[in-house]
Design a protein around this ligand. Structure first.
Ligand SMILES: *Cc1c(COP(=O)(O)O)cnc(C)c1O
Length: 460
């Protein structure tokens, strides 16, 4: 970056003031936000971000779970620039474009077997929303003798995005309760939040015990269910709730037995974050519908994809007057710049051996997290791949929670900043989700910072 583009002193003040005058930040209580100078990012490189004052931070949550190979990766930068020299946007409605075709082929090659068709949109919520509508319409279009499945199964603590369909299959009370009158009704099943198991079990027994509730729903209403919607291996937004081994495979088997579709939402867990390219792989699960977003472009541009099986795709074929068309599409669907950088993101996984390189780093992260586990106000530490949730509690013996007013998660993340690390909590859970390009020194910085910050804020 040339120095002329770097903000001057007065620019910096103006930016900080204007942020508070003109912006409305997502998931943010703006009353509190307006009282403090915002942290304004000016540039990034690798796992690092710099603010307008030139201070460097480790991007500890991958710019909201999106960044994969680091900021300003040369291959990814080049992919955007090269595409920019051709065309920035053209539509998939009535036309096609080169990067969207190449990316669709590549996604089918790397995705779990059986997913053969790619429908593009531009964010995780729409990827799920598209999956829900496809599942619903698929069953409306089957032969008359077959059941018209119209219902969905959601899991407690699930998060699938913020559009109304996605919220309808979500299960986070804090985010979702106010919108209840706007939502459709889905069957709810328990999820294996083993640290606070509703059935009083612990990891991993809680997983099997919780399946009873899915069995009950499918036993009573299985023939009405179009799809079971699940976040494979980790419920991210709920606070990185890690499922016991075998849980996902059992969910898939129960879903199949009921004749329903499995909609796997890999928006958060896809693209290497759990240690394999897709989370479903590790349990040999083949979903019928797969939702992808966040990491798909390496954190560069908004893009999402919903992959489906050939059987689902074929149920939409017919003459125009049969109205089996999927009447859904977003303006920027299959955007060429986004598709080009997504393709480059997947190629870098291959050319740099990202997941192999990461393996010792993940072992190191697991070892280092043991230091955090011993802190008196750390109730639970959950890890799967680079996804980490550190649940803070007032009292370890009773698992008593801190009240929301105490903002303990937010205060810990705030205390990480002077230590050179940016984090964002989920309630009382401190989340770590670094880019896959981190090495051992970055893991050490991250864990040292979070450990010191927790000790400082919880007075331990
Ligand atoms: C983030 C997320 C979404 C929503 O994605 P957006 O791009 O924010 O709409 C959906 N599902 C899961 C599992 C997510 O983590």
């Amino acid at each position: 970056m040339t120095s002329s583009l770097r903000p001057s002193d007065s620019d910096r003040r103006r930016l900080e003031d204007d942020d508070r005058r003109f912006l409305w930040h997502p998931f943010t209580q703006m009353q509190a936000w307006e009282k403090e100078p915002p942290l304004v990012i000016e540039r990034g490189e690798g796992p690092w971000l710099w603010d307008i004052h030139g201070r460097r931070y480790l991007d500890g949550v991958s710019s909201l779970w999106t960044n994969v190979h680091g900021h300003r990766h040369p291959r990814l930068d080049a992919a955007v620039r090269e595409q920019l020299d051709r065309v920035a946007h053209s539509t998939l409605l009535g036309l096609s474009n080169v990067p969207a075709i190449r990316l669709a082929r590549k996604l089918v090659e790397i995705a779990p077997k059986g997913l053969t068709r790619v429908f593009f949109s531009d964010n995780g919520s729409t990827a799920v929303e598209v999956g829900l509508k496809i599942a619903f319409q698929h069953f409306q279009q089957r032969r008359p003798a077959e059941p018209r499945r119209t219902r969905f199964v959601r899991f407690r603590h699930a998060y699938h995005g913020d559009t109304l369909g996605s919220v309808s299959v979500g299960g986070i009370e804090l985010f979702h309760s106010i919108y209840k009158p706007l939502l459709f009704d889905a069957f709810a099943a328990e999820s294996p939040y083993c640290y606070r198991c509703p059935l009083g079990k612990t990891f991993p027994d809680c997983g099997i015990a919780c399946l009873g509730s899915l069995e009950e729903v499918l036993g009573g209403h299985g023939a009405e269910v179009a799809a079971v919607v699940v976040e494979p291996l980790v419920q991210g937004a709920a606070g990185m709730i890690v499922q016991p081994p075998g849980w996902l495979a059992r969910v898939a088997a129960l879903t199949r037995r009921a004749g329903a579709l499995l909609l796997a939402d890999e928006v958060a867990v896809g693209f290497g974050r759990t240690g394999t390219l897709f989370a479903c792989e590790s349990e040999g699960v083949r979903p019928d519908i797969l939702a992808l977003a966040k990491g798909i472009t390496g954190g560069y541009l908004p893009l999402a994809a919903t992959l489906v099986t050939e059987e689902i795709y074929r149920s939409f074929l017919g003459a125009p007057e049969e109205f089996r068309t999927f009447f859904h599409g977003h303006t920027y669907t299959g955007n060429p710049l986004a598709a080009a950088v997504a393709l480059a993101t997947i190629e870098v996984f291959e050319s740099e051996g990202t997941l192999e390189r990461l393996r010792p780093v993940l072992s190191h992260l697991s070892r280092r997290l043991e230091d955090v586990r011993t802190l008196p106000h750390v109730g639970d530490v959950r890890q799967r791949g680079v996804l980490v949730g550190i649940e803070l509690v007032r009292d370890r013996a009773t698992k008593a929670e801190y009240s929301p007013a105490e903002q303990v998660g937010a205060r810990v993340c705030r205390a990480c900043r002077p230590r050179g690390v940016i984090l964002r909590p989920l309630g009382n859970v401190v989340v770590l989700n670094p880019p896959l390009c981190v090495g051992i020194p970055e893991v050490d910085l991250l864990v040292d910072a979070v450990k010191a910050a927790i000790a400082e804020v919880t007075g331990a």
